[in-house]
Design a protein around this ligand. Structure first.
Ligand SMILES: C[S@@+](CC[C@H](N)C(=O)[O-])C[C@H]1O[C@@H](n2cnc3c(N)ncnc32)[C@H](O)[C@@H]1O
Length: 213
């Protein structure tokens, strides 16, 4: 693990958080577990995805995107709709000297219109429920590309609903793994793009989250 680099990223996050709210975590100890270790829980799933570009959707302070970019060396795009957060991410990328990482300031749906099917793998942590993640990720993924969802608790209804939308969205569940991280549970659920959606995606910007399928 690139311990020094990931520690330095966390220090920059905690520093930036004094002026802009980008995380609720204030200490290095807590951050090393709940941001850094947690981000790396999905590393095997990233490594199992096809080679190619990676995007972290709703990246916030760069989790899990920056640790996964550092560990995998994949060409990485950190996506967030809040311009101020993206400026902070740009500063992190420059200070950490990560030439293979870049940012997109805008909505996931707009990125999907601009760069459809360009990504081999995408991640999302603390962004939305599974069905919404599948809808947002599908048009960004190449055929065979993977959506790696970082979830805490997923109730049966959320999981069943996501599974019921697989055919409509051309996405198929490929793995589901739970890990405990101190007192916290992390569940990594992966879907693969296996076909084309039967509806036109992306829907109008905002619809996936406002009016979920
Ligand atoms: C709760 S934060 C999670 C941040 C980070 N992934 C983490 O786990 O620490 C969700 C982030 O997603 C961004 N976001 C929400 N919906 C989005 C969309 N449709 N397009 C782009 N960014 C979005 C928000 O601005 C916010 O920074």
């Amino acid at each position: 693990m690139h311990d020094d680099l990931l520690r330095r990223h966390l220090e920059l996050v905690i520093e930036a958080n004094k002026t802009t709210n980008i995380t609720r975590i204030e200490s290095m100890e807590e951050g090393m577990v709940l941001h850094v270790e947690d981000s790396l829980v999905g590393l095997p799933e990233l490594e199992a995805a096809p080679a190619g570009r990676y995007a972290d959707l709703g990246s916030g302070a760069g989790y899990p995107g920056i640790p996964l970019a550092v560990e995998t060396g994949r060409e990485t795009l950190l996506v967030d709709s809040v311009g101020k957060k993206v400026s902070i991410l740009d500063g992190f990328i420059e200070k950490l000297e990560l030439p293979h990482v870049s940012t997109y300031a805008g909505r996931i749906e707009d990125l999907a219109r601009e760069r459809p099917g360009e990504f081999a793998v995408v991640t999302a942590r603390a962004l939305a429920k599974l069905s919404v993640l599948m809808e947002l990720a599908c048009p960004l993924l190449q055929q065979g590309g993977r959506l790696v969802c970082y979830k805490a608790h997923v109730d049966d209804e959320e999981f069943a609903h996501a599974r019921s939308l697989q055919e409509k969205l051309g996405m198929k569940l490929v793995s589901d793994r739970s890990v405990s991280l101190g007192d916290n549970a992390r569940r990594i659920i992966v879907f693969e793009r296996v076909g084309n959606p039967s509806i036109s995606l992306p829907r109008r910007t905002g619809m996936a989250q406002k009016k979920p399928l």
